[in-house]
Design a protein around this ligand. Sequence first.
Ligand code: DSN
Length: 432
Amino acid sequence: MKRDEKIFDLIRQEKERQMHGIELIASENFVSEQVLEAMGSVMTNKYAEGYPGKRYYGGCQIVDQSEQVAIDRACQLFGATFANVQPHSGAQANMAVFQAVMNAGDTFMGLDLSHGGHLSHGSPVNASGILYKPVAYHVNKETGMVDYDEMEKIALECKPKLIVAGASAYSRDWDYARMRAIADQVGAILMADVSHPAGLIARGLLNDPLKYCHIITTTTHKTLRGPRGGMILMREDFADPQGRTTPKGEVKMMSALINSAVFPGVQGGPLEHVIASKAVAFGEALSDEYMAYIQQVKKNASVMAQAFIDKGYYIISGGTDNHSMLIDLRSKFPEVTGKMVENTLVLADITVNKNMVPFDSRSPFLTSGLRIGTPAITTRGLKEDKMPMIVELIDDVISAIDPAVKTAPEAKINAVRAEVNKLMSDYPLFAW
Ligand code: DSN
């Protein structure tokens, strides 16, 4: 077969882009060579509908073992007793949990998308908002922190079947104990989607959601630094709150409902190459090197947030407990949108994403905010001493943006890009 030069040239170009730039998208990371190798392996050739030991295809004796290793390592990492490592993504993991615990039309609560929530937590354009009845809770306007008093009030009014903790753009830890107390008052299941801070949670740098939440979902490719994918975890199995029973009349347990919601509920064949790669990443996440890495992620974020504050930027909630921060540009540059900044920074080889801020006056296409995270640059080996320098480069570009033309002068962009490329030439993609 002729080599596909077109696609491999694009892959080469993408690698160059990743090498040259400063990657600050909070949900991105760089995987190790062995995680990449497992993902690009012959495991992709195998169909394995079902679960280890209970498949609908022959020849699964090897993938059964690698999937079991992934399950065991995931449990070890989070102190869980149940793991389903098959979800193709975080959104798929969430859909499977929704299907396991709710009926179509049931009410559930999630953080408002424009306050840092996620599409799959009830946005009207997502299946979660189409099949179920989402009710949003919010952050407090003054503090920028999740408003648990409002959450309680709403829960008592709408009596949700499920309450979802977790966010895509929220820099603070969660009060899972308070959320469980709220859930218990109304008989709701408490689920945490920890996709963003999963690595910090796994290594004890943030509150442990499994102490209070019935179920947690996560992606595996953000702070966890594995392949793109999702998973579902529980510490204790519990009876189906809807009282469903097996044909023999036994009450179904949540682990059985979740497994059948993932397959055959929302997915078909599992991606065994990705599951093997998840196993490798979980093994890495259990190591001392990863512990040092994830501590550095947190340190870098904290130093970077302070450097932005020192330059006069407003960070929602006033700082960060995790790997990320959400900047409200309006305090320093009222006329500059998140879109202008994202587009201009990318020309200087700095990648961030525009983001709505709570109570934003602009649309999701423009936004007043910028979401920034440190998992990827930390994987490249950058330490806290480089954070003020990166903030300086970002501020240099933003300060030069002319809102009338929506960008900065070319000379300024070129000068910053040269500095970015020079800095990053000293760092490999994966330094650990
Ligand atoms: N989880 C989103 C993000 O944080 O970028 C993508 O769905």
